[in-house]
Ligand binder design. Structure first.
Ligand SMILES: Cc1cc2nc3c(=O)[nH]c(=O)nc-3n(C[C@H](O)[C@H](O)[C@H](O)COP(=O)(O)OP(=O)(O)OC[C@H]3O[C@@H](n4cnc5c(N)ncnc54)[C@H](O)[C@@H]3O)c2cc1C
Length: 566
């Protein structure tokens, strides 16, 4: 944390220099001593300090200054720093004004000039005030501050991005938080579209794109090199495992992630069945550990950056990224997982991010404190979300399309849901419509046994209704099944006693190898994968073993012509 500030203001240059010198001598180790030669200059500096999230511990202000008196300055300064201790420097004739100021600006002390020797006249007073200030001081939050409307989709987008990339931020609601308004005005952004992101150095970004935000908060968005031994697309558990094994085994490894490391697992509130964590761990924690491990071995991670096109030529695989740049490698692992299926009912498009959320139970949980919320889905992810939300919300209603949870949810989660007093399960229930203009206000629920539709108030709806593979961007380069999952190894389509369709190498494909030699698949995006974190991690590690075998084979120049189609 940067040092708190002690601020001195006096229009007399010699007095200002003397008081600053005395303050620095005594307090310089623990405080930054700053100064200004007028009230206007002081206010300007205080506004900048506020915007940069700095703390002011004490204001030592001369009463007699032209244009603005010390009391007038303090009247405005306490709007910015109500907790700062206030001391007025006075001459004998100012005593009345100083006494009045005790009431007007809750003055803590007034000091007569001259204050020499400071050991007797200045330091004892200021020591006491600063001790008192420290005793009541609550450290400020130092990270990014996000100002916006609670139910804005753009606000949710920014919050979700920061949370999933493990960047600490503080959310300030413009409608309910006076500090939000003050900070927005200080940034000179009263008219700017929200959300407004105020960075630690005071820079403000109005409704930034995620790429812009990523760059400003220090995420890595440009590849250092044009070629790598191994490129991994996707940083869910499968991609992160590939990177840890690839980089630790000496491969120059690049990871590309369109949203945030952790993938689906990163959105889980509590993973309880992952080997070695008997009391469970959150998805964010797992992602944080895995990212640190991959980086430690030298893997490079680009985020947010999407792979949008794949081309294979002369044994190299070239990826075009969402910023138009390209990177190439001899080996590629596709670990792009699956994405949430969207709710297809009236109102869903309009209210996404404004009360309707896909996943995101962790990011939004605090915002639904003491409210009635709904979770749609009957799988383990829905069960986990319901339990997590129940810690904050007044009630959580789980809407289950089938007749019971037993068909799709683990027993341990069902038992916990039954034990929770504020979780209710509605079976044979599906969402028919979402209501609300600016934000979700109510949900119409269809009971499939009676055919009745009931409209109930709802503060938020969290959707976990399965997922579809993220393979559109491959442009038909790899063999896929009808739903879009990637086929590999023994599952590749082939004529009897022939090599797989489109396969262009002498050897047979390795087990996790796709229909293009050197391109491997791992995790949920693979056809008939297990859809578990442990399996994704295992496949990521295993794919790297096959990458080594592939790289040991003929060099790109010696390899046969490229595979051009699925
Ligand atoms: C809420 C929730 C809770 C869960 N809890 C558990 C649990 O307790 N135990 C368990 O075993 N399993 C759990 N699962 C399932 C588990 O999370 C998944 O099986 C696992 O995450 C799959 O990992 P993956 O790496 O294959 O894919 P994903 O986790 O889906 O990761 C794929 C990544 O690829 C990125 N990506 C996609 N396309 C591109 C592209 N074109 N360019 C760049 N990046 C791209 C995505 O943004 C994503 O980050 C849970 C799932 C959810 C949703």
């Amino acid at each position: 944390m940067e040092k708190p500030v002690v601020f001195a203001v006096d229009d007399e240059p010699s007095v200002l220099a003397a008081v600053t010198r005395d303050l620095r001598r005594r307090y310089g180790a623990d405080y930054e001593v700053m100064r200004a030669a007028s009230g206007a200059e002081a206010l300007e500096a205080l506004r900048e300090l506020k915007l940069a999230n700095r703390i002011v511990a004490l204001l030592l202000v001369d009463q007699r200054m032209p244009e603005m008196t010390g009391v007038e300055l303090l009247t405005q300064a306490i709007e910015l720093y109500p907790e700062a201790k206030r001391v007025l420097l006075t001459a004998y004739a100012d005593t009345d004004a100083a006494i009045r100021a005790i009431n007007e600006v809750r003055l803590d002390h007034y000091l007569m000039k001259p204050w020499h020797p400071p050991e007797e006249l200045l330091y004892p007073v200021l020591d006491d005030l600063l001790d008192d200030w420290r005793a009541n001081f609550h450290p400020v939050f130092e990270g990014v501050r996000v100002i916006g409307h609670r139910w804005s989709a753009d606000g949710h987008r920014v919050r979700d991005f920061l949370a999933r990339n493990l960047i600490p931020y503080r959310w300030l609601d413009i409608e309910t938080d006076a500090e939000a308004v003050q900070l927005r005005d200080l940034a000179g952004a009263a008219e700017a579209p929200l959300p407004l992101v105020v960075l630690a150095d005071g820079t403000a970004l109005s409704r930034p794109s995620l790429a812009e935000l990523a760059e400003k908060v220090g995420l890595h968005t440009r590849a250092v090199s044009e070629t790598y031994d191994l490129i991994v697309v996707g940083t869910g558990p499968a991609g992160l495992a590939s990177a840890v094994y690839g980089a630790s085994e000496g491969l120059r490894t690049l990871l590309i992630e369109r949203e945030a490391p952790g993938g689906q697992a990163g959105t889980s509130s509590s993973i309880e069945n992952y080997l070695g964590f008997p009391v469970g761990l959150s998805g964010a924690d797992l992602a944080r550990r895995a990212v640190a491990q991959a980086r430690r071995f030298g893997a490079e991670i680009l985020t947010p950056m999407e792979a949008v096109k794949l081309e294979s030529q002369d044994g190299y695989h070239m990826l075009t990224l969402s910023d138009g740049s390209t990177v190439a490698s001899q080996a590629l692992i596709v670990a792009t997982g699956v994405s949430y299926r969207l709710l297809d009912v009236p109102g869903a498009d309009r209210l996404a991010g404004a009360g309707l959320f896909y996943g995101a139970a962790i990011t939004e949980a605090l915002g639904v404190k003491d409210q009635d919320v709904f979770v749609v889905g009957a799988g383990n992810s829905a069960g986990q979300a319901a339990l997590y939300l129940a810690r904050y919300a007044k009630s959580v209603t789980l809407l289950v399309r089938g007749r019971s949870l037993e068909e799709s949810m683990s027993k341990y989660l069902i038992e916990r849901i039954e034990e929770a007093a504020n979780i209710f399960v509605k079976t044979n229930a599906s969402v028919a419509e979402l209501h609300g203009e600016e934000r979700l206000e109510a949900v119409s629920i269809l009971d499939s046994t009676t055919g009745e539709v009931a409209r109930v108030p709802a503060a938020a709806l969290f959707v976990f209704i399965g997922a579809s593979p993220r393979t559109d961007w491959l442009g038909g380069q790899l063999q896929l099944d009808r739903q879009g999952f990637i086929l590999s190894g023994p599952d590749l389509e082939r004529q009897p006693n022939r090599k797989p369709d489109g396969w262009m190498a002498e050897r047979e494909p390795y087990w996790l190898e796709t229909s293009v030699p050197g391109i491997f698949v791992a995790g949920d995006v693979r056809w008939q994968s297990t859809k578990r974190i442990a399996s994704a991690v295992g496949e990521g590690a295993m794919a790297v073993a096959f990458v080594h075998q592939h790289l040991k084979g003929p060099s790109p120049a010696q390899r046969p012509a490229p595979a051009s189609g699925g």
